[in-house]
Design a protein around this ligand. Structure first.
Ligand code: PMP
Length: 419
């Protein structure tokens, strides 16, 4: 039973293991936008396993291809090429922005960001990095070193030399315009002083863990221009935003900028681990030493990813994410509550900034109350933000308007109950 798994979790996991909920549901099944626990209670999933299950849980059309591949050949490594891996690389060249063409396959988002950072060093022959406060890029040594969220950092044990943080263009105290100017000025100053030692800047096009922070439309264009003047590459981390999540195939398309290197993971395998970093012909040439990830581009994951891309296209999930995102945003904006400070984001990547009204309870505690009560009512929603006080809505892109209607109606009631 569930008591058993909670006791075992306390006994055998590291104390650092983070869970939502005082009493996490024991999920035993999933079907598209729905989840089921051990008591057969049904939930509508509005978090998609942190933006992974864009095509829905146990999607039968995708699973058919995965199972066929499992029965065929499960694993070879890149030493012996398989058809799905090569076909996937070709398909990615078609969907990725600009003249980004060559792909290196890995397994997790952290690993792909780490690879992208190695590539930037090889290409520019420089070694420093710029990153934004509030960003999250992974859990490996270097990717955690460029992660700008204090709660995730193992501060005493990270790389500090030649890592430069600039403030993200978002601040509770400044207008978007002012925050953008401040961020660009800091970037300019860092580049002027240290540009000779910096190989790349990493950014998420919308900060996920940082609290669903989208930048002003022309921010990244201005960033790119400044970087180019100092031969510094732009690495865009689309781990959480990629594959239709924000109403475009890739979130960077909202900003009209083509990055030098693009990193993807999560939704590409719809639950089967696979990640990528991709770049142009010219930059890829710099990575010519023998290098391969044992599981990267594994045929089961690659075949699943091909099926995912096919499913997204066939079912117009990018356009759906855009339309349903607008609908959900409008519904969230109609909820009246003194605790809602702001609704942010685009497509089906939306955040609700919670603001406490008195000293006796924190915004993070109110956020937890909302998550807990919504879970009891059959809705799994997420949370993020520097202070863990942003309610996050990132459902599978196959969600329906009806699900949105019932979720927002329940959310309105839950918010009314909180005093
Ligand atoms: N980048 C971003 C933007 C992420 O959201 C995450 C994970 N939440 C990562 C990188 C790390 O990915 P992984 O956990 O697969 O290593």
């Amino acid at each position: 039973g569930p008591d058993n798994i909670i006791t075992k979790r306390q006994e055998y996991f590291f104390p650092a293991t983070a869970h939502f909920y005082k009493d996490p549901p024991q999920i035993v099944g999933g079907s598209m936008q729905y989840l089921f626990d051990h008591n057969d209670k049904k939930y509508v999933d509005f978090f998609a396993g942190v933006s992974v299950m864009n095509c829905g849980h146990s999607n039968p059309e995708i699973l058919e291809d995965t199972i066929k591949q499992l029965n065929n050949i499960q694993h070879t490594t890149t030493v012996y090429l398989t058809q799905p891996m090569v076909e996937l690389a070709q398909k990615l060249a078609e969907v990725l922005p600009g003249d980004i063409k060559r792909t290196f396959f890995c397994v997790t988002g952290s690993e792909a960001n780490e690879g992208a950072m190695a590539l930037a060093r090889l290409y520019t022959k420089k070694n420093g990095f710029i990153a934004l406060t509030g960003g999250l890029h992974g859990r490996t040594h270097l990717t955690l070193s460029v992660t700008g969220i204090p709660m995730w950092r193992l501060d005493d044990h990270l790389v500090k030399e030649n890592i430069f943080f600039i403030e993200r263009p978002y601040s509770a105290d400044l207008s978007y315009e002012e925050a953008m100017e401040k961020s660009l000025q800091q970037l300019d100053a860092v580049l002027k002083t240290h540009g000779n030692n910096i190989c790349a800047m990493l950014v998420e096009p919308i900060q996920g863990n940082g609290g669903i922070i989208m930048y002003p439309r022309d921010y990244l264009k201005k960033v790119k221009t400044l970087l180019e003047a100092h031969d510094v590459l732009l690495i865009v981390d689309e781990v959480q935003t990629g594959y239709g999540r924000t109403g475009k195939m890739f979130c960077i398309e909202h900003y009209d900028v083509v990055p030098d290197i693009i990193v993807t993971a999560k939704a590409l395998g719809n639950g089967i681990p696979i990640s990528t970093f991709s770049t142009t012909d010219e930059i890829a040439k710099a990575y010519s030493r023998p290098s391969a990830s044992t599981f990267g581009g594994n045929p089961v994951a690659a075949q699943t990813a091909l099926s995912v891309l096919h499913y997204i296209e066939k079912n117009n999930l990018v356009e759906k994410s855009n339309e349903l995102g607008k609908y959900l945003k409008q519904k969230l904006e109609q909820i009246s509550s003194p605790f809602i400070h702001e609704i942010r984001g685009c497509g089906l990547m939306l955040g609700m900034q919670i603001q406490s009204q008195n000293q006796s309870v924190t915004s993070a505690e109110i956020t937890d109350m909302i998550l807990e009560e919504m879970k009891n009512r059959g809705f799994i929603i997420g949370k993020n933000g520097l202070n863990r006080d942003v309610v996050a809505f990132q459902p599978p892109l196959v969600i329906s308007k009806g699900d949105i209607d019932t979720m927002t109606a329940n959310l309105q009631e839950v918010l009314k109950q909180i005093v």
